[in-house]
Design a protein around this ligand. Structure first.
Ligand code: MRU
Length: 352
């Protein structure tokens, strides 16, 4: 870890999983210990850990905990007993495809382990590899995305896509970290990202901790900021990218992309290829998680809306591919992504 990357939200500690509780940031830096798969699924659902790559890595470690218990209780039948745990983890959040991607990698490895063998060591080794590969991919994307940004710019980002949302370093925030280290970015504007405040609670905390200059804005201030021509790129992450390049990401991303196109601000999506879902043809087939109305009706535990007020709380939206100027992945940059360019990217060489 260097001076621009000092945070890890997911860690395997000796015999269990440790997560930084992101619900409590920035007021408290609390680490929670997990020994059972049910608790891990619950932590993903309740957003103790969040961000597409981070929940994939967490699920992989969660399956290690499940396998340890399964092999101990049912040494003859552990494989069949593990399948409900895989499903439990996969169902925890529906939009981020990295969750299913990581679990599919783990179950493919399971299929190669003989019935009589203890699966734990091999699953743990793979979970570590998934974790390390994610950090390595983020560093590659950081360099590729940074190269698109001329020196001395201001950029805007949405949600939290940093070390907290990944194995470490971050996707969009990884690009911002790399570009800051290279002197390309002078100022980062971060949407506060209602209703869960990933921007104000997490991105501001993460960037300030790594000495990156950040100013928070209300989500609704982005168009005004862009009109003043103070921004060259909007840089965001993704929870799932369909085969045609449509992007599911935190609610508000679509509006940011529309604003960016209108104001001549370029729009960059940064995501590892584990976020690309070739089985989903287009964005309208991506399941969008709807969360509790209370996240909108209340704020830090205090009710704001009048009694009996109703609210609709989609956690993600879909940005059409035609609004994306650059898709940055660890396998390379795709300018103006579409079905053909994405399929060429996915058929191409894998780094390392
Ligand atoms: O609901 P969250 O906080 O899990 O949503 C996270 C996002 O939308 C991120 O932008 C996305 O997962 C990419 S994180 C590298």
């Amino acid at each position: 870890m260097n001076g621009h990357d000092s945070i890890r939200a997911v860690a395997w500690r000796d015999n269990h999983l440790e997560l930084l509780d992101q619900r409590k940031l920035p007021q408290a830096e609390t680490y929670v210990q997990f020994y059972a798969v049910e608790e891990v699924a619950d932590a993903i659902r309740k957003m103790v850990v969040r961000g597409a790559p981070a929940i994939g890595i967490t699920a992989a470690y969660g399956l290690v905990l499940a396998a340890r218990r399964g092999f101990k209780q049912y040494p003859q039948d552990w494989r069949r007993r593990l399948m409900p745990d895989v499903e439990l983890l996969a169902r925890a959040r529906p939009t981020a495809v990295n969750l299913r991607w990581a679990l599919q990698r783990m179950t493919r490895a399971l299929d190669r382990i003989p019935d009589e063998d203890d699966p734990v060591a091999r699953l743990l080794e793979l979970a570590h590899r998934i974790h390390e590969e994610d950090i390595a991919a983020n560093h590659i994307m950081g360099g590729l995305g940074s190269a698109l940004i001329p020196a001395g710019q201001s950029v805007i980002t949405h949600c939290n896509t940093g070390s907290l949302a990944t194995g470490g370093y971050g996707t969009a925030l990884g690009v911002i970290r790399s570009a800051c280290a290279e002197g390309r970015i002078e100022q980062v504007y971060a949407d506060e990202t209602r209703p869960w405040w990933q921007g104000s609670r997490l991105t501001a905390w993460e960037l300030m901790r790594d000495q990156i200059p950040v100013s928070l804005i209300c989500d609704g201030a982005a168009a005004h900021l862009m009109k003043q021509q103070r921004i060259s790129w909007a840089i965001v992450g993704a929870d799932r990218i369909a085969a045609n390049g449509d992007v599911a990401n935190k609610i508000g991303t679509y509006g940011l992309a529309v604003n960016a196109r209108f104001h001549g601000v370029r729009f960059m999506v940064v995501a590892p290829t584990s976020t690309i879902d070739l089985d989903t043809a287009a964005g309208d087939a991506i399941p969008v998680e709807e969360r509790a109305a209370d996240e909108i009706l209340s704020c830090v535990g205090q009710r704001l809306a009048p009694p009996h007020a109703q609210a609709w709380n989609p956690a993600f939206d879909i940005t059409p591919a035609r609004l994306v100027d650059a898709l940055v992945t660890e396998r390379g940059v795709v300018m103006r992504p579409d079905r053909d360019r994405i399929s060429a990217l996915m058929a191409g060489p894998v780094p390392g």
